[in-house]
Design a protein around this ligand. Structure first.
Ligand code: PEP
Ligand code: MG
Length: 330
């Protein structure tokens, strides 16, 4: 089977009834980006750039980030590279910020919240570097941990202002697509407004966090791991609700681990997800599954499934049946 996956990695992710699915990669370092060519993904749906902020006494400068992103954009040869603004704070401390200890770091100052608070030090250099580097490739910027529409508006404003500032001082900028991670319940429920107010061209479900926030079960706490299940109908109904609001207006992606799990793929495609971003080693397996499904049948059935499912067990049972009938052996 591993050989089958390897040979599928190079093929197009077209379902049996002709739906195209974009299979992107999740990448966590520049070194990984360098060897991406061998994996067969259509772009990078999640470039985690926390590495550029760790183990140093000052945040990276605009120039350093410009170097990193222009090199990275060039490596991609025209394929999309989605840079996620660093999701630091909370339980991911960085040495150059003295952050207060928080009672509930997962509900505290992390992601977009921290980036806006430390706008001068963190957000502006990143935005400026990306606006400049986007002349060398297809870059996208994605904001993590968004929970309110005002954050998406603020995001758009910051990018527009920095673009004007750069252009006014004679520095040319390229097209930079904006998106947000949908990884809090409120962002899923407000997805349509996030897209319109933020001028977004894509959203990406961060199902690792979304699951923990929907089920109130810390993703790293083994004591409540039995509750943490991304196939919970509660998580899926929330995704469905967001997709309904956004369909046709922005690209709909999933970049949490869920996107690479064979049992989740029929469900996600049935919900109307268009792109799956997965760790490079899973590209072949994901394409293998996608290429054996018929989306139109599945869509109808997922609608019914979301009506009757009471727990993840019902979802698994349905999904196993679909994979079986499709001749998928995983
Ligand atoms: C997620 O939350 O699903 C995600 C992709 O981001 P991270 O795992 O980095 O929090
Ligand atoms: Mg996350």
């Amino acid at each position: 089977l591993l050989e089958v996956f390897a040979s599928e990695a190079r093929l197009e992710a077209l379902t049996l009834d002709g739906h195209r699915v974009n299979v992107y990669c999740n990448v966590g370092s520049f070194e990984e980006l360098r060897i991406l060519d061998q994996y067969g993904c259509e772009g990078v749906g999640l470039f985690r750039v926390e590495f550029a902020y760790m183990a140093r006494s000052t945040p990276p400068s605009e120039e350093e980030l410009y170097e990193l992103f222009s090199k990275s954009a060039q490596l991609m040869g025209g394929k999309a590279l989605t840079v996620r603004a660093p999701d630091i704070g909370g339980d991911k401390p960085v040495p150059f910020l003295e952050l207060p200890r928080e009672q509930n770091p997962q509900l505290g100052l992390r992601g977009a919240r921290l980036l806006f608070k430390y706008r001068e030090e963190l957000l502006l250099p990143l935005v400026r570097a990306l606006l400049r580097a986007s002349r060398h490739g297809r870059l996208r910027l994605m904001l993590p941990m968004v929970s309110a529409v005002e954050e998406a508006e603020e995001f758009r404003r910051v990018v527009e202002e920095e673009r004007e500032r750069l252009e006014a001082s004679g520095v040319s900028t390229g097209r930079l697509e904006l998106g947000v991670m949908v990884e809090t319940p409120s962002s899923a429920l407000l997805a349509g407004s996030l897209v319109s107010r933020g001028g977004l061209s894509f959203i990406s479900f961060g199902t690792n966090d979304l699951t923990q926030y929907v089920l109130a079960a810390d993703r790293g706490n083994s004591l409540v791991a039995y509750l943490y299940d991304e196939l919970s109908p509660a998580v899926l109904r929330l995704i469905a609700q967001a997709v309904r609001q956004v369909k046709g207006r922005a690209e709909i992606e999933v970049c949490g681990e869920m996107a690479s799990r064979p049992l989740a793929i029929p469900v996600l495609l049935g919900l109307g997800v268009e792109s799956l971003s997965v760790a490079p080693q899973f590209v072949g397996r994901v394409k293998y599954v996608v290429r054996r499904l018929r989306v139109e049948n599945i869509k109808r059935e997922v609608g019914e499934l979301l009506e009757y499912a009471e727990g993840p067990g019902d979802v698994r049972e349905w999904s196993k049946k679909v994979l079986d009938e499709s001749g998928v052996a995983v």
